[in-house]
Design a protein around this ligand. Sequence first.
Ligand SMILES: NC(=O)c1ccc[n+]([C@@H]2O[C@H](COP(=O)([O-])OP(=O)(O)OC[C@H]3O[C@@H](n4cnc5c(N)ncnc54)[C@H](O)[C@@H]3O)[C@@H](O)[C@H]2O)c1
Length: 382
Amino acid sequence: MTAREVNIGIIGGGLMGREIAAALQRWPALIDHPVRPRLTAVCDIDPAALDWFDEIDTVTTKATDYRDLLSDSSIDVVYVAVRHDLHQGIYTDVIASGKALLAEKPFGIDAAAAGAILEEIAAEPGSFVRCSSEMPFFPGAQWAIDYVRSGALGTIVEARSSFLHSSDVDVTKPISWKRQARFCGEAGVLNDLGLHTWHIPLRLGWTPDQIYAVLQNIVPERPGPDGVLVPCDTWDNAVLHCWATHEGVRFPLTVATKRIDPGEKNTWEFEAVGLGGGVRFSTKNPKRVEVFTMADIPGIGREQAWQRLDAGSRSVWPTVTGPNFEFGFSDSILQMWAVFLAEREGLLGHRFGTARPEEAVITHEIYRAALRSHADGAAVRL
Ligand SMILES: NC(=O)c1ccc[n+]([C@@H]2O[C@H](COP(=O)([O-])OP(=O)(O)OC[C@H]3O[C@@H](n4cnc5c(N)ncnc54)[C@H](O)[C@@H]3O)[C@@H](O)[C@H]2O)c1
């Protein structure tokens, strides 16, 4: 099969812009992918941020105005990684330009912005838009999804999905746009980490019907650019106690997003247990998947057992990487792009896909209900 060349442009050359640019360089690791992406253009309002992209020899355009990328007919797909308050304006402009869009979460600063982006998609027939969420592409996460879909849980008891950080434990860490509600959004950590925790539950059909939220702003001030303390007005931690339904049975679904969870560094976890079985996976031990079963143990008899499996490197799209090798964050980014570009070609089939705009919009409905729940101290129906 001859892979079709697709030219990519990046808007926002910060942390994620560079991560995506680097991941795309490993494209030859994918086996028989229908597309060969070439990163040709990058835009950042900060010219200094553009310098790093000199590392990538396919980049021929460096711009400080994103409209230069949108008017360039050679660019097919745009990835946007900018502040949340800029999502709506830039995303809708990309969609209106007729280019495909991989948008960063939270897909607009709030529910109104996400709704406006969805309207623009509806107004542009043939547009192709997905939202970034890479953690479900860890092989262990894929096994957990397949386990749940197999029906092995039986009658579900409960499920948990979490994304846990500790970088904000340091109270001297300077303020950034990510910790200011006017740039990050009123939902704070939910905007920051929420979609990562909701992608799998929503794909499994676990849209909650009721939410009770516990939100914390643990560090209300941080040093500004001159060292003087300024308000840090975003929620740091959010635990959402929800009711959802699996195979006709209502169950408690707990979804935790925390910026301040001492000891955790980008720990993404998923667990589901039922009367028939259970499964859990955490990126803390990226190879390990645990499944619950009743086992006949020699000399002991029939006992409950959490069994440990090693997941190896196989994710959604096959790679040349040895199946027993370890998988990491940048591999998950590569898999997300493999899936995104294959789906754009109509060649993903039944494989697990990148988060859809409708799913991102639901997450904002969930965050809105969570904010109301916390303010009222009461459960909110969705
Ligand atoms: N998927 C993930 O795992 C993940 C991780 C971190 C952040 N994110 C998301 O990615 C997005 C960006 O986060 P980041 O950590 O890369 O931020 P960042 O601050 O590191 O980078 C943002 C960049 O955008 C540039 N920028 C600002 N306005 C611009 C404009 N009008 N045109 C072009 N460039 C502009 C800034 O100069 C900066 O270089 C956010 O939506 C964030 O939530 C996703």
